[in-house]
Ligand binder design. Structure first.
Ligand code: R5P
Length: 314
C-alpha cells in the first residue's frame, strides 16, 4: 500500500522524537527548518516521501504560534512531495480549552486548529489526552486519541500507597478521575472549582468527599499556570489531607506555574513528556514518564494496519 515508513520531526520536541525513532528503529528523516529575517518559516525535506507512510511529530509548546505554523507548513511540504499518507503525531494539542462558545463573541479555536491541520493536508492524527474527548469530532479525518492514564496509573500502583484518595481538581475531570481511582482501588473526592474570568484565574470552592488524615493523589489533564492546582492543594490541606501527590498528562507549566508549584507542599508530581520540560523548570519533586514507547507502538500499529484499541487490552 505504502512503499515504506518515514518519521519526520518538527523542532518542538527533539528528545521525544528521538525516543520514538529509537523505539521503532526507524531514523528521523532529515529536513531543514529555517526562519528568515522577515520571520517567514521555510522547510525543505532532505529526501523524497513519494508514496511513503509519513509520521510527522510536533507537539504544541512554546514558541506556540511558531510551532503550530511549522506543523502546518511541514504538512503542506509533505503533501506537495506526494506523501502516500500523512499522520500528524501531536502529543499535546494546544487551544483545546477553546472548544465551545460559552460566552458571547468568542472563537472556538480548537475547531479552527483542527480545520487548519486538515486543510494543510493531514490524513490522520495521533494525540494524547485531549482536554475534552469531543474535540475528536472537530476533525473529519480519522485519529487516535491515546491516554497516558495507564502509564500514570501503573506508576502509582508500583508505589503501593495506602490510605490514599484520588482527588480531581475539576468536576469536568470527574469521570476520568473515577477510572483512575477504580484502577488503583482507591476512594474519590472532588474539588469544586469555578473559573472567575478569561485571565487563567480560578478559585477552588469545596471538597466533596473525605480527605481528612488521608494521602491524596490529585489528577488533572494539564497544569498550565498551576492556579487550579494551588487552589486544590490548599483546599485538601484545609480539609486535613496528609501527603499530596499530583498526576497530570501535560506539563504546560506556563508562568507562574513553577513559582507556585515550588511553594506548594507537593510530595511528588508525576507527569509525562508530551511537552518538553526545560531544565530550569525541572524540580526535584517532578517525575517524568515517557510517552515515547506508547506513541512508537501506536505508530507501528497504524502503519501495519493493526488495532490500536487492542494494545490497551493486552
Ligand atoms: C481545566 O479545565 C483543566 O482540566 C486544568 O485544570 C487547567 O487547564 C489547569 O489550568 P491552570 O493550571 O492554569 O489552573
Amino acid at each position: 500500500m505504502y512503499s515504506g515508513i518515514k518519521l519526520f520531526a518538527g523542532s518542538s520536541h527533539p528528545v521525544l522524537a528521538q525516543e520514538i525513532s529509537n523505539f521503532l528503529d526507524v531514523p528521523l528523516s532529515g529536513r531543514d527548518i529555517i526562519k528568515f529575517p522577515n520571520e517567514n518559516l521555510f522547510i525543505q525535506l532532505h529526501e523524497s516521501v513519494r508514496a511513503q507512510d509519513v509520521f510527522l511529530i510536533q507537539t504544541m509548546c512554546p514558541p506556540l504560534s511558531d510551532n503550530i505554523l511549522e506543523l502546518l507548513i511541514a504538512i503542506d511540504c509533505l503533501r506537495r512531495d506526494s506523501a502516500g499518507r500523512i499522520t500528524v503525531v501531536m502529543p499535546y494539542m494546544a487551544y483545546a480549552r477553546s472548544d465551545k462558545k460559552d460566552q458571547p463573541r468568542v472563537p472556538i479555536t480548537a475547531r479552527l486548529l483542527a480545520d487548519l491541520i486538515q486543510t494543510a493536508g493531514a490524513d490522520r492524527y495521533i494525540t494524547v489526552d485531549l482536554h475534552a474527548g469531543q474535540i475528536q469530532g472537530f476533525f473529519t479525518i480519522p485519529g487516535d486519541e491515546l491516554t497516558s492514564f495507564h502509564l500514570l496509573n501503573e506508576y502509582f500502583l508500583s508505589k503501593r500507597l495506602d490510605n490514599t484518595v484520588i482527588v480531581t481538581a475539576d468536576l469536568g475531570f470527574a469521570k476520568k478521575g473515577r477510572n483512575f481511582a477504580a484502577k488503583l482501588q482507591m476512594p474519590m473526592a472532588f474539588v469544586e472549582k469555578r473559573r472567575t474570568g478569561n485571565d487563567a484565574t480560578s478559585e477552588a470552592l469545596t471538597v466533596i468527599g473525605d480527605v481528612d488524615r488521608k494521602n491524596v493523589i490529585i489528577v488533572d489533564d494539564e497544569i498550565s499556570t498551576a492556579g487550579s492546582m494551588k487552589n486544590t492543594i490548599e483546599a485538601v490541606k484545609e480539609y486535613g489531607a496528609n501527603d499530596v501527590y499530583v498526576s497530570c498528562t501535560h506539563p504546560v507549566f506556563a508562568p507562574p506555574a513553577i513559582e507556585r508549584l515550588k511553594a506548594l507542599p507537593i510530595k511528588e508530581l508525576v507527569t509525562t513528556n508530551t511537552i518538553p520540560i526545560p531544565p530550569d523548570k525541572l524540580m526535584p519533586s517532578v517525575t517524568v514518564l515517557s510517552v515515547g514507547p506508547l506513541l512508537g507502538e501506536v505508530i507501528r500499529r497504524v502503519h501495519e494496519g493493526r488495532s490500536v484499541g487492542e494494545l490497551f487490552n493486552e
